[in-house]
Write a protein that binds this ligand. Sequence first.
Ligand SMILES: Cc1cc2nc3c(=O)[nH]c(=O)nc-3n(C[C@H](O)[C@H](O)[C@H](O)COP(=O)(O)OP(=O)(O)OC[C@H]3O[C@@H](n4cnc5c(N)ncnc54)[C@H](O)[C@@H]3O)c2cc1C
Length: 503
Amino acid sequence: MTEREHVRVAVIGSGFGGLGAAVRLRREGVTDFVVLERADSVGGTWRDNSYPGCACDVPSHLYSFSFAPNPDWPRTFSGQEHIRGYLEHVTDVFRLRPHLRFNSEVKMMTWDAERLRWDIETSSGSYSADLVVSATGPLSDPKIPDIPGLDSFPGKVFHSARWDHDYDLRGKRVAMVGTGASAIQIVPSIQPEVERLTLFQRTPPWVMPRVDRAISGAERALHRALPFTTQARRGLLWGLRELQVQAFTKRPNELGMVEQLAKRNMARSIKDPALRARLTPDYRIGCKRILLSSAYYPALAQPNVDVVTSGLSEVRGSTVVGADGSTAEVDAIVFGTGFHVTDMPIADRVVGADGRTLAEAWQGGMQALRGASAAGFPNWMTIIGPNTGLGNSSMILMIESQLNYLADYVRQLDVLGGRVALDARPAAVDAWNRRVQERMKRTVWNTGGCTSWYLDANGRNTTIWPGTTTEFRTATRRVNLAEYEVVRAPAEKKTEKSEVVDA
Ligand SMILES: Cc1cc2nc3c(=O)[nH]c(=O)nc-3n(C[C@H](O)[C@H](O)[C@H](O)COP(=O)(O)OP(=O)(O)OC[C@H]3O[C@@H](n4cnc5c(N)ncnc54)[C@H](O)[C@@H]3O)c2cc1C
């Protein structure tokens, strides 16, 4: 039998979510934990996405931890290497290195109802843990569509999140598939270098200008000297987005004005009315993620770019074929086709109290109590779980709320004492999700007339939080024990019983 290392908490993943959980656990006085990471360094999204032009689209002072402000962000929207560097820095400053277990892909975790613990199999060994915090990321497993003929394409193929830096795109004929957040950063970055760029656009995105600039030395010096100025800057960025979200969640009709701004952004660069028409969305702005770029449309207007207004449907040798029948000869195909979001791969690897996997439990759609815990999966919680995503603000705000919930979860287990687990009551999970879905009905994500990666195969929005980040923070401040069944180990139940009898 293999030896198992037992820890109080196993955190899975070392992106913003996993590292944040590690910091929070230490702050709660929990030091008996590991962070299991399949890769060989921390960073998650910001380690894996190194494509040209990769940067955050929420300003850096908001897209960072509130407990680890960085006065030295170089740009308003900092690039991937700086965000990755920031996460490495957080790892050092909060002394997380001893907890990290790299090259440890979690293959399976199974609830042991006798011993009230999770048995975890990883690619580097076996663990058991009283509590699992799953922070495997909503956008960490790239999705490449099943395209007939792709296997026999003689050129280079890769996904935006697995960029092949050894392959030189200069002078090549490149097909870019997809027009989401990654693609609109890639297109202007590679367009000047490639011979020809064929962009496959199934649905045009709404694109607003990105007011990106270098943060001056004086500003940075001010932030260093007077830390409250960094907090004030963050507060302002947060407040503006908090106000905006009302239009997304309650008054989508007000978004018409924003559409005008986005159309003006396009008209500034796209002079050809036919191309403008092909690039203009036919759904309400905000229904799909609003993208920010001041370089995307100017790149599309260049003579070496072709926009195909349909998806890639087939590959014949080195010819890519669009669903509209158009063809192009290419040397490389780059997929900017997103991630497995509503079908989280980790869900296949979690086996709960009744022997079912989380994926089976979520067959009708993902759902969790307060975005964190699922019925039948005791002492297992997820960071950025179902309906915790945001359409317009920083995911770090949601992650930090979930960390509050985690901290209280740990405190509640301590107060209850002994070998104990909390299992979300099905009725509580249902009630929470009914409320979420009820509020979702009038949001732009459900009424805006688009299909997006926010929706699952049944058309249900299981990814976005239909409210303000403040509302979510309030809802996750405390663990309400009435929403959980308190599970005791069978041996302890006997002991408790005999104690009562003895008394
Ligand atoms: C290109 C891009 C740009 C983005 N820009 C923004 C932005 O500007 N603003 C914003 O709010 N959000 C943005 N996001 C969303 C972003 O994913 C989140 O903000 C945040 O980084 C998620 O952190 P996470 O820790 O939950 O997940 P991740 O950063 O994805 O980390 C998950 C980690 O889990 C590991 N893992 C997964 N499965 C296993 C397993 N089985 N075993 C062990 N380890 C595993 C992965 O290797 C990874 O390191 C962006 C996403 C992408 C892809």
